[in-house]
Design a protein around this ligand. Structure first.
Ligand code: BG6
Length: 497
């Protein structure tokens, strides 16, 4: 059971890039799951647009096959939609494609009661974004139709650096208003990422200690055990800095570090996120050399299996210096966080898949107990486990039973799986529903993208100038040794996960 009972108005969802990986692995199963939960209106249509020469029936079969592979239980609920699935085959840079789409959408309004509401999902490779938006616009599909809406969901990457990010935003705004644009970062659709807001702003006990007076430092880890898989060619151009830090990691950081918003309106929440991102100190080249560590995996063992090194992955240059791991120390120059380092680390082929935020608190001001009594004690830590084993853990010292006085770290654990019977929707499911009802709170606004690139750009410049070497690390470990040195300077260490 879900507590979310929202059912959007009738609409047509247009998936542009409908034969791609994202559409098949995530979007179609998410739509089927919404149908399964009773959260799709009866007058809903699905329209695929892609280059493959499919007819409606072949496309419908391929959609069903994707749903079956992910969630067979949702397939039956989705069957009712079958007569309302359409497909448009065509090149993105040809007007005919978009004119056909317009005719198909008019048909959806007339036959399926889609009410003129259109949610376009751009799930193509980024190099097709402009052609697709242009095509939509020239076919008159970028405007709100009479009595309905046009919204466009755009997938990351939102550019590849500050300049291209700005160019993309400028281009999009020539065709669409910001209120129509829903930039998606699927991390914001994760329940546990949203729980950062619940934990901070629905409880009186955390916020008073959530600042520089009590927090020593913060560690954010986005670790993956998988390698680059079949995405070597894409990854060569991206690297972990663009793939994870510019978006997912900085989004998580902004929720952890932002000020309480006045309300949960889309703009109020996003204003606070932008404000804190703006307070992150921009590094100069010298700071990047000291505060950023890059790594690249070599062959090793992950989960008992021997795996290739990055340089042997398909699509990767044998002399590549692209990072598959990055760690950094960020400073937030504001009243709340002055002097509290935020350490981020992200990478592929690490020891295991885990994303978490850990707030490490300061030690007690005076320790009356003999130091021998606290040998196995760490400072208090509050851990927000984003995935897997979603939950919250508070680590503190407790007396070891016995006649002596030894204190050891113990943990108070909350697990979402055990604490709730409600089933969490998948990130894409939640975000698609939000876009259908027009709630942009969990989508990225133009200025958020811009400020995130401003933080990352000096790092890209330093990397391009060759001043941030890439250190090898064995697959299945926790990145290069140099990343430990980032914290050594602070007399601390990365959490063992
Ligand atoms: C994507 C990245 O945005 O996020 C991938 O492009 C990465 O490289 C993925 O694997 C991680 O997402 P999740 O939800 O598995 O943590």
């Amino acid at each position: 059971m879900s507590t979310d009972q929202r059912v959007p108005d009738g609409a047509a969802l247009v998936v542009i890039g409908a034969t791609g990986d994202l559409a098949n692995r995530k979007l179609f199963p998410a739509i089927a799951s919404l149908a399964h939960r009773g959260q799709l209106p009866s007058n809903f249509s699905l329209v695929g647009v892609a280059r493959t020469e499919f007819g409606d029936a072949e496309f419908t079969d391929s959609v069903f096959a994707s749903i079956r592979a992910v969630d067979p239980a949702a397939e039956a609920a989705f069957r009712a939609l079958m007569p309302r699935i359409r497909y448009v085959a065509g090149m993105f840079d040809e007007a005919a494609t978009w004119n056909t789409l317009r005719a198909v959408l008019d048909g959806c309004d007339a036959e399926h009661g889609a009410c003129g509401n259109r949610l376009m999902y751009l799930s193509t490779l980024p190099q097709f974004f402009e052609a697709a938006i242009n095509g939509l616009s020239e076919a008159g599909l970028a405007r709100d139709p009479e009595g309905g809406y046009t919204r466009v969901i755009i997938e990351k990457p939102f550019g590849t650096d500050l300049e291209s990010g700005r160019e993309l935003n400028t281009f999009i705004h020539q065709h669409l208003d910001e209120r129509q644009i829903f930039r998606i970062d699927h991390y914001l659709g994760k329940e546990t990422v949203q729980n950062v807001l619940a934990l901070r702003f629905a409880n009186a006990i955390f916020e008073p200690i959530w600042d520089r007076r009590y927090v020593d430092h913060v560690q954010i880890t986005v670790a993956e055990s998988i390698g680059v898989e079949h995405r070597g060619t894409f990854y060569e151009q991206a690297g972990t800095l663009r793939d994870i830090v510019q978006n997912h990691a900085l989004q998580v950081l902004s929720l952890v570090a932002m000020e309480p918003p006045a309300s949960f309106g889309a703009d109020e929440v996003r204003d606070e996120k932008v404000k804190v991102l703006k307070s992150i100190e921009h590094m100069n080249t010298f700071d990047v050399g000291l505060g950023v560590v890059r790594g690249q995996y070599t062959s090793g063992e992950v989960g008992g299996e021997t795996v290739n090194g990055y340089l042997d992955e398909e699509g990767v240059s044998p002399t590549s210096t692209t990072e598959t791991f990055i760690a950094m120390r960020l400073a937030i120059d504001n009243w709340r966080w002055a002097g509290v380092p935020f350490y981020l680390r992200a990478g592929k082929r690490l020891g295991k898949r885990v994303t978490e935020v850990a707030l490490r608190f300061k030690s007690v001001p005076h320790l009356a107990l003999p130091t021998t009594a606290i040998d196995s004690m760490e400072p208090n830590t509050l851990v927000l486990r984003i995935q897997p084993d979603e939950g919250v853990r508070l680590e503190f010292g407790a007396k070891v039973p016995g006649s002596g006085f030894e204190v050891r770290t113990v943990g108070l654990d909350f697990s979402f799986r055990e604490g709730f019977t409600e089933v969490a929707p998948e990130a894409y499911e939640r975000l698609l529903l939000d876009a259908l009802v027009g709630d942009a709170t969990l989508f990225i606004r133009e200025d958020e993208v811009d400020v995130a690139w401003q933080i990352v750009q000096p790092m890209l410049d330093a990397i391009n100038s060759g001043s941030v070497p890439v250190h090898p690390y064995k697959a299945g470990t926790w990145g290069p040794y140099a990343s430990d040195e980032l914290l050594d300077a602070h007399f601390d260490h990365w959490r063992t996960l």
